[in-house]
Design a protein around this ligand. Structure first.
Ligand SMILES: [Zn+2]
Length: 64
């Protein structure tokens, strides 16, 4: 188990470009907003960390 930040590559839910996210495993279970570095739209990011397995969910924030 480690609590360093990690770089995680994921596809933007808006533009589909692969972007690199800085993930903090100690934030497991929390959701935060980060702007896409390509299209600048806000992405809702949820991080789950279990042991050394990190799961990251990306969701479009403007879904209504
Ligand atoms: Zn994007």
């Amino acid at each position: 188990m480690y609590y360093d930040t990690i770089l995680h590559a994921a596809g933007c839910p808006y533009c589909g470009e692969t972007i690199e996210l800085v993930i903090d495993p100690s934030e497991s279970g929390s959701t935060y907003i980060e702007d896409c570095s390509v299209c600048c739209r806000p992405i809702s990011i949820t991080v789950f960390a279990e042991d050394d397995a990190i799961t990251v969910y990306l969701q479009a924030e403007d879904e209504t």
